[in-house]
Write a protein that binds this ligand. Structure first.
Ligand code: NI
Length: 167
């Protein structure tokens, strides 16, 4: 089922998500809905926070064919080296805006998969950046938080204006 995506500056995007205690069918349905919603958008990553579910679940698929879905439950990462990686980022909750953000280039993530099995992965490049962006969502953080308050304010005002025109 395709779910509605919250749009900045919706305050619900600031909620800190709670860890998943048990990976059961409800979590698998959540992950499937998130993938469907992400593919429909289309996007390459989505955190449960963005569909107003405050559980630590995120999905990523960097393939062009949308056939390489990755599900991370209770993800945690450590920085493997602090080398900065600057990339243009977008976000389904901040539609139409792309900004250069600096993150770290190499992380190791630990998470549970959709069967509740723990796994570890070393991530680099776009995958590392995407993972950091999505984990931020679970902590109530957005990429605009890395911008100057002036820039962030401009984006907020434009999105608020758009929302008023739509309703
Ligand atoms: Ni995002």
């Amino acid at each position: 089922m395709i779910r509605d995506i919250l749009v900045y500056p919706d305050q619900r995007l600031r909620t800190v998500a709670k860890p998943v205690e048990k990976v059961d069918d409800s979590i698998r349905i959540l992950a499937d809905d998130m993938l469907e919603t992400m593919y429909d958008a289309p996007g390459i990553g989505l955190a449960a926070t963005q569909i107003n579910v405050h559980k630590r679940v995120l999905v990523i698929d960097l393939s062009e064919e949308q056939n390489d879905p990755l599900v991370f439950i209770n993800p945690e990462y450590e920085v493997l080296d602090g080398e900065p990686e600057e990339m243009q980022e977008g976000c389904l909750s901040i539609p139409g805006y792309y900004e250069k953000i600096t993150r770290v280039a190499h992380v190791r993530v630990k998470a549970l998969d959709r069967n509740g099995e723990p796994f570890e992965k070393d991530l680099t490049g776009l995958m590392a950046v995407c993972l950091q962006h999505e984990v931020d969502h679970l902590d109530g953080k957005l990429f605009v938080d890395y911008l100057s308050s002036l820039k962030r304010g401009r984006i907020r005002k434009k999105l608020e204006k758009q929302l008023r025109q739509e309703s």
